[in-house]
Design a protein around this ligand. Structure first.
Ligand SMILES: O=C(O)c1ccccc1N[C@@H]1O[C@H](COP(=O)(O)O)[C@@H](O)[C@H]1O
Length: 217
């Protein structure tokens, strides 16, 4: 009998040092910084550097980009020590592979799940291009992510989850994350809006409750 691996947790969209400290103390495996100017959670290079001063060893730092060029990502990486890239726009598998090769960073691709969609083939294309994991998020007609909306977890590609690290995102909260995990059995969960007082401002109690929910799942 094999032991069930714990579900990893990433807290995304952090903008304050005290929120990073809280996420790390609560047991987050990764934190995410948004390098996408239209987002209310976007951080400058200077802000990102200050946030990273309180990240402890073995906590991963993800940089979230939306349709950024290789050069734009390299400019960030020259000044901010990111462990992994979260590509959350319309990047094709070829573009993602180019970004990975040029930066030497692992990357995960975020894909938006439309109602009644079958994601399997699309996921396989990104995995073939070198994705370290695939993040599934809710589809929205205008926004690229951070919508606070869930998608239909019945469309979760269970079979692929045996071989590909699949990350569940979209509208997760302390109240629904245990059910979400029980239903989908993801490699990891990713949350932003569900642990906020307002966009970009995390609620420390909600972060702790979210981590407890992950353990229940
Ligand atoms: O957080 C944002 O503003 C954002 C902007 C553009 C793309 C992605 C964004 N956030 C990511 O979206 C998912 C789901 O967020 P939520 O929990 O529903 O608020 C998550 O991976 C965020 O990192």
């Amino acid at each position: 009998m094999t032991d069930k691996l714990p579900v990893r947790t990433k807290i995304c969209g952090l903008t304050r040092v005290k929120d990073v400290q809280c996420a790390v103390a609560a047991g987050a495996d990764a934190i995410g910084l948004v390098f996408y100017a239209p987002s209310p959670r976007a951080v400058s290079i200077e802000k990102a550097r200050s946030l990273l001063t309180v990240v402890t060893p073995f906590v991963q730092v993800a940089g979230l980009f939306v349709n950024a060029t290789v050069s734009e990502i390299q400019q960030v990486l020259a000044q901010v020590s990111l462990d992994i890239l979260q590509l959350h726009g319309d990047e094709t598998p070829i573009q993602c592979a180019e970004i990975g090769q040029a930066t030497g960073r692992r990357w995960i691709k975020a894909l938006a799940v439309k109602p009644d969609s079958n994601m399997t083939q699309l996921i396989e294309h990104y995995v073939a291009a070198g994705a370290s994991g695939i993040l599934l998020d809710a589809w929205h007609p205008q926004l690229k992510g951070g919508t606070g909306q869930t998608f239909d977890w019945n469309s979760w590609p269970q079979a692929l989850g045996q071989t590909v690290p699949l990350i569940l995102a979209g509208g997760l909260t302390p109240d629904n994350v245990a059910d979400a995990i029980a239903q989908t059995h993801p490699y990891a969960v990713d949350v932003s809006g569900g642990v906020e007082q307002e966009k970009g401002i995390k609620d420390h109690q909600l972060i702790r409750q979210f981590m407890q929910g992950v353990q229940r799942g």
